[in-house]
Design a protein around this ligand. Sequence first.
Ligand code: AMP
Length: 698
Amino acid sequence: MPTFVGIDLGTTNSAVAHRDAYGRPSILANREGQNITPSVVYFGTDPPAVGQEAREWARLGNDEIASFFKPHMGNPQFQLQFQGRSYSATDLSKIVLKRLKVDAESRLGDSIDRAVITVPAYFADPQRTATIEAGTAAGFRVLRIINEPTAAALAYGIQKSGIEETVLIYDLGGGTFDVTVARVAPDAIQILSTAGDHDLGGKNWDDRIATFLAERFAAETGLDPLDDPMMLNEVLVRSEQAKWTLSDRSTARITLQLGTERRTFELARTEFEAMTFLLMERTRRLTEEALAEAGLNWPKLDGVLLVGGSTRMPMVRSYVSEMSGKPPRAGVNVDEVVALGAAIQAAIEVGEPIGDAVPRFTLAGSKAAPSVPARRVVDVMSHSLGTVAVSPDGCSYVNDIVIRRNVSIPADDARTYWHATHGGANDRLEVYVTQGESRAPIDCHILGKYVFRAIEPTAEEVAVEVRLSYDANGVVQVRAIQRETGRELPMTVEPVPDDLSWLAGPPVVASESALDREPKRIRVFLLVDASSSMAGPPMEEAQSAASEFLARCDFTTTEVGLISFSTSVALLASATSHVRRLEAAIHRIETEGSTDLTDALEMARGQLVGDDRRRYIVLLTDGYPDAPESAVEQAEAARRSGIEVVAIGTGDADRDYLRRLASHDQTSIFAQRGELVQTFGHIARAIAEGGRSLRILA
Ligand code: AMP
């Protein structure tokens, strides 16, 4: 019966794993008996050689070689010519995947029709789509695309049933670096954050040695080996070998010969570490970034998993040990763990149990080991998703982020844009979809130009809701709905123009440009009850709810401030659109004493007064404040000055009292424990989309 596998389609090496007869993930060796297959194709033979044989041809200096093509997946510009044919990175990956399939099938004695394929967490939409295409072309039904570090966490988690841990996955391969923070629990893997660099890997370490050798050789002989293509290949091969040696020994000897000139050099590990210090610094910076995004620091981690061949370098191990205060987690095979995780995900997809389904040895009288239940995997995307929009002041194009990075996928969200119909003459809306963090669209990846048609001219300006989503594979979907008619607009995808320089300039005619933001200018103050009754889990939930509120805000038009109130009142953040600053402020809330809501409302009013924006106070409390009547007076004063008050109660809060604080009945809400996150999400959405008077559909 056809079966399924997990595949780590790597930049340098690939591996395949399946669910074995005991229900455990295990690697399927290739035809050479090796657990990993180099992701290399040689076109000088017919049919092309793949894997170890192709790598041997490369070492001999042949140039009909395709390697290192994975970073170019989905890039139409990347085409290699071999034997009069042109190959994209997708075509080359298909060849590697086909070889992996044939080898795995012969090892299993069974056909394989389905696969989970892993991708680096930083892979954007075109690269993910291209990976699915390559898998399909190789004859697989691609069950899922999952991030490599997530797969590593899954494989690690399966060994650890029963324990909940927060781990950092440091994945340094041949050409890429990914760092991910994950919560590994018995029933679920939750990815908290991820960061990376698709241009940082073992190859950069090789290049540093190659430059060192070439300089020494040129200084002694006057000949630069890097000028000679054959010699360049030789230097790179020797450099990589020297790097491997330095993982085991303190010095490496390297001999180079160009013409009659032959020289031998010695490289000490300490020298190697000094010359690659800046590369380690880059991984260090990204690791700190991932930790900060997860709201954690080194001491809060339970352990570090090393993944990828380059983590064999002692400098990586010492860095991790130094920062975390303990050695990296043992028992993880850096080359195989990703494929094993992919096999686990594949088993989850097809609904088969994974773990010790059939115990190998059963002692008399002992119970059979239970099968480990399928795990839930909550992943995130490392890129924010947005559209190119006109800034609220009409002066520039901005990257209007709709789904922030590091939110759980699948995810979807929408933005409403105003579109001038010109009485029916303009029924077409162009949406440029972006992936990236920069406010300047030119610095982001433009995924596509989505053109929506048949907009009905029901008014001079009509509202069009553009809905973006990430599916479970991290692949992007785009839709648009005309608000008034509720009709989904027909869409075509057009090629992205080569010249995007106009994105850096001012919008041509602001009022007619593709996405003209409704000139909303919103300012919100969150007021959080920090009295002692909120201590512990209630405050943790309130903090998550405030984070959710931020995740749902549109920061191109909105500023948020944060005040906490207990015995005293603290302005933790003045109004800002700086999300990181706000996230940090949320984590500075400290609980103590009683509930001075009066002063908190007065402070918020002071921060919001005299501003022509739409203004809101969103307050959360779990009981009566110290002076209930004067708090109501302050809320009334805020409302009189045009500020809308949303009052959310939880715990012992009184519904009637909340109504007296709120602007109207719809903005007084009582949320049970466990409902706050969702409630705050609804409120943020209602504020982003609503008019002057809010209606919250909780
Ligand atoms: P991967 O993409 O995970 O297969 O990793 C491949 C990278 O790991 C290449 O840059 C290899 O040179 C590097 N690598 C493999 N073994 C070692 C080793 N013993 N020491 C240092 N780097 C290694």
